[in-house]
Design a protein around this ligand. Structure first.
Ligand code: 9UX
Length: 108
């Protein structure tokens, strides 16, 4: 009986640890060094324009996701800080596409 209770509590402790570790890793993946930036993009007029911008940016090391919006004239890019800079992303759009990207104005 005693052995059985000890075994059961060990199993519970291991399960709790695994669950906790899993949560910690997920939170780290979501947050550590990851940032979003919304750039102003001039010249996009259709969905294919958006795809051109997204494709150019997604090819970069350190970029996790890119979503352009031609109606808003912007693109939101998720990137890893330390792997790429916002200036490098802007430069890539300006060099690899026919659209004009610029860094957003700093918040007041
Ligand atoms: Mo079509 Mo968007 O040429 O430029 S991709 S309007």
């Amino acid at each position: 009986m005693n052995r059985r209770i000890r075994f059961a509590s060990t199993v519970l402790a291991v399960l709790a640890l695994v669950a906790f570790a899993g949560t910690a890793v997920q939170a780290g993946d979501d947050k550590e060094g990851q940032k979003d930036v919304t750039l102003a993009i001039v010249g996009m007029t259709c969905g294919a324009c958006c795809t051109k911008v997204e494709t150019a940016v997604n090819e970069l090391e350190g970029v996790i996701a890119a979503k352009a919006d031609y109606k808003a004239g912007s693109a939101t890019i998720t990137y890893v800080e330390g792997e790429i800079t916002v200036d490098q992303i802007v430069a890539t759009i300006n060099e690899k596409t026919s659209f004009k990207a610029s860094v957003p104005k700093p918040k007041a």
